[in-house]
Design a protein. Structure first.
Length: 362
């Protein structure tokens, strides 16, 4: 079976993405064809367009998605036709040193910004974002990129589990290990940041201080479980200390990916506290800390890649949490859009508006 499908493509850096007709490859051994039902608009997709990242072009955007298996190639055992799946943009190989040492989120063969998978545009190869290119009606992916989810799980929820929710929840649970009673500050309230807020509150953290440049995010922060909301500014560290008995937060989560906000998270954290960088920034945006500050503050600065999580194990558990009501996600979705509306969603994201836009396919 061959297929021509509609997909959102950026042809050159700096050019606006547009809906194009793309030809998908045949399904080979170990591969599956998935009909995309929902795809979230993530800041990493914007980074592929605005120059923060420099992937090869032309490029099909999108990596946070869920759908239904339409066709399975020879040897596929993970799913069959009709299986509902979330897509994993960083599927571990299970064989490299990192996978063998229980760090599949650092897999040597995963985390590829863009690659060719046999798809073509105007007869020439087109790359796919993070191995998926999920802003498309259909995708052809390796079976290890599939995570089966319960059929009763809403498509938009399944899509968010594959990136925003897993990343934010994992940062709290797996990377930082937030404990009940600890104080948390979260800087940047997109889909990932709001997921961090919800996970911190679920862990029993108090206070949970949500921070954003936009005062309009206050209602979203409170819906996610924040106990306090602060508009980011020069007085942020003082504001956080006022809410934490003068010490600063036990944990700070930076969910923007900029040097200025990483430093703000550092300053808002108590001596001996932990700063976890969840946002992905640019290679030329350097974070400067003095050697004396690092020593005397005794803070820990670390990154959280994909929530330091094993998606094959944790996405199914998160799906059960959604279905049981323990993990509500409706507050994360502020816009439901069509494929052609993704560029407008990027503009809202750049302005700091809303949380997650989700593309829905019929």
């Amino acid at each position: 079976m061959t297929a021509y499908i509609k997909a959102l493509v950026v042809r050159q850096p700096g050019e606006p993405p547009a809906v194009e007709e793309v030809h998908l490859p045949e399904v080979g051994p170990g591969q599956v064809r998935v009909k995309i039902r929902a795809a979230g608009v993530c800041h990493s997709d914007l980074s592929m367009v605005n120059g923060t990242l420099s992937p090869p072009y032309p490029l099909i955007l999108g990596h946070e998605a869920a759908g239904e298996v339409l066709e399975a190639g020879a040897g596929v055992t993970r799913a069959e036709v009709g299986t509902h799946v979330a897509l994993n943009w960083s599927p571990p190989c299970r064989q490299c040193w990192f996978c063998q040492h229980d760090e599949p989120w650092l897999c040597s063969t995963a985390n590829v910004a863009a690659l060719e998978n046999g798809s073509t545009l105007d007869g020439a190869p087109v790359h796919v974002t993070l191995g998926l290119g999920a802003f498309a009606e259909q995708v052809v992916v390796p079976e290890r990129a599939l995570i089966p989810v319960p059929p009763q799980l809403a498509w938009q929820s399944a899509a968010l589990l594959g990136c925003a929710v897993l990343t934010g929840t994992g940062a709290v649970r797996s990377t930082a290990g937030v404990q009940a009673g600890q104080s948390v500050v979260v800087i940047g309230l997109g889909g990932v940041g709001l997921s961090v807020v919800a996970a911190a509150r679920a862990a029993g953290a108090a206070p949970v201080i949500a921070v954003d440049v936009s005062a309009a995010k206050k209602a979203l922060a409170e819906a996610a479980g924040a106990t306090d909301f602060v508009v980011s500014g020069d007085a942020l560290s003082k504001d956080v200390r006022r809410l934490t008995e003068g010490r600063g937060a036990d944990h700070a989560f930076e969910c923007v990916g900029r040097a200025i906000t990483i430093r703000a998270a550092w300053r808002a954290t108590r001596r001996g506290g932990q700063v976890t960088v969840v946002g992905m920034g640019g290679a030329d945006d350097l974070v400067q800390l003095s050697a004396l500050d690092i020593f005397s503050s005794a803070r820990t600065l670390r990154a959280s890649v994909y929530g330091s999580s094993d998606p094959d194990r944790e996405v199914p558990q998160l799906a059960e949490d959604v279905l049981s009501g323990a993990l509500p996600l409706d507050h994360l979705v502020t816009d439901r859009i069509g494929l052609a509306e993704v560029p407008a969603a990027f503009e809202r994201m750049a302005r700091g508006e809303g949380a997650r836009s989700v593309v829905t396919f019929t």
